[in-house]
Design a protein around this ligand. Sequence first.
Ligand code: MG
Length: 125
Amino acid sequence: MKRIMIVDDSSTIRKLINYILRKKDYLITEAEDGLDALEKLIETKVDLVIADLNMPNMDGIELVKSLRNNFYHIDTPIIMLTTTRDENLKKSALEAGVNLFLNKPIQPNLLLYKVESLLEGEKNE
Ligand SMILES: [Mg+2]
């Protein structure tokens, strides 16, 4: 079974994504910001990361940079949650190594489809 990490400072959003992903039997690890995510990744292996862009302590872009500099996460698929206001930041996020963006509010079916596609792509490499 695939494990997905949800990184968002909003517990409501984490709960929502958790609820959506559990329909497809994914295992879930939650983290409340980039620092918390990095700490949890020391002991937990994940197949995909869904990260918010705006977070305290360590934001989404810093988290992505840190993951891409880590041997184990060079190729881990990363979906970033953004709002339409974040257009300029998206460029930095892409350069840092985000695979794709999903706009909030989250559309459950789109999220499931994108997660599945990214996990499939990983398997075919
Ligand atoms: Mg946030």
